[in-house]
Design a binder for this molecule. Structure first.
Ligand SMILES: C[S@@+](CC[C@H](N)C(=O)[O-])C[C@H]1O[C@@H](n2cnc3c(N)ncnc32)[C@H](O)[C@@H]1O
Length: 270
């Protein structure tokens, strides 16, 4: 197990107690929801039926963003290499399904026809380090659970606060590109590497498993284009005020504003 994975397994139980993690997911969701609405409308217009989006979230953690996005989409596959994170997400899904069952929504994850579903039953949590768009752990394209054929291709791929942990970002982005349906989009968010002060995003005790202190805008645009994304747009979407009091020279209560990049790109329609 890598140092990064061990760290996230250890932190899973207390992950949601961190207010800046909660606030960060809220801000990411605010930026994503108009995009989800416009992609859903575009799909509806193209297909003539209101199917909703099939979404993949990579590095979902305990599902803070997953659970906000799930009600807006047909399905969401939530994948993360840390077992502790996925177990926490599964527990949340189980507790929501035992506490209430909706009779007006439909289960779009595996079924073709309408069925009643409990809240969050359209979330498929998977513990895995995704490195292949045809990974057999991803749902099959044809919907047959026993199928060994092509895997599902997604309308939208999201990933929040993950890329600064990924050693080989080019290969990560190439995998995501391969997981997109033609015309599908990625919307990836992470804090910006705006200079030497960006290191303070993490307290000194949490630098293990951090591969880079944020994402550099032009560099990111370049590798997104290199791996095949079209309509690449990398821009500051919001910023998060966060404590930096654990850093030398800072005082109790000191905070800093960290800009977040929203990195968008599309797969060619063909
Ligand atoms: C900072 S946490 C963010 C979790 C969640 N997205 C959130 O915002 O609460 C980073 C997550 O990325 C996962 N992760 C680390 N390396 C990864 C990789 N190479 N591919 C996918 N996920 C990874 C970790 O297990 C962890 O759950």
């Amino acid at each position: 197990m890598s140092a990064g994975n061990r760290r996230f397994n250890d932190e899973a139980a207390d992950w949601d107690k961190n207010p800046s993690v909660q606030e960060s997911s809220r801000l990411a969701f605010n930026a994503l929801s108009p995009l989800i609405a416009s992609l859903s409308a575009r799909k509806h217009q193209a297909t003539g039926i209101e199917t909703g989006l099939h979404v993949l979230e990579v590095g979902c953690g305990t599902g803070l963003l997953t659970l906000r996005v799930a009600p807006l989409v047909a399905s969401i596959v939530a994948i993360d290499p840390a077992q502790g994170m996925i177990e926490t997400l599964k527990a949340k899904i189980d507790s929501s399904s035992s506490s209430s069952t909706s009779t007006c929504e439909t289960d779009n994850l595996h079924a073709d026809g309408p069925r009643t579903r409990s809240p969050n039953s359209n979330i498929l949590p998977i513990c895995h380090l995704l490195s292949d768009p045809e990974d057999p752990l991803l749902p099959p394209e044809d919907g047959d659970p026993k199928s060994t054929g092509r895997r599902r291709k997604f309308d939208l791929i999201i990933s929040h606060l993950v890329m600064h942990h990924v050693p080989d970002l080019r290969s990560f982005l190439s995998t995501l590109h391969g997981c997109l349906a033609p015309g599908g989009k990625v919307a990836l968010s992470d804090f910006e590497d705006f200079g030497p002060e960006a290191i303070k995003f993490h307290p000194p005790s949490k630098l293990k498993g951090v591969e880079r202190h944020g994402i550099q805008r032009e560099w990111m645009e370049g590798i997104m284009r290199e791996v095949g994304f079209e309509d690449v747009r990398v821009q500051v979407g919001w910023s998060l005020r966060k404590s930096v009091e654990m850093w030398e020279g800072c005082r109790l209560g000191d905070t800093m504003e960290f800009p977040f990049l929203l990195c968008e790109g599309a797969r060619a329609v063909v």
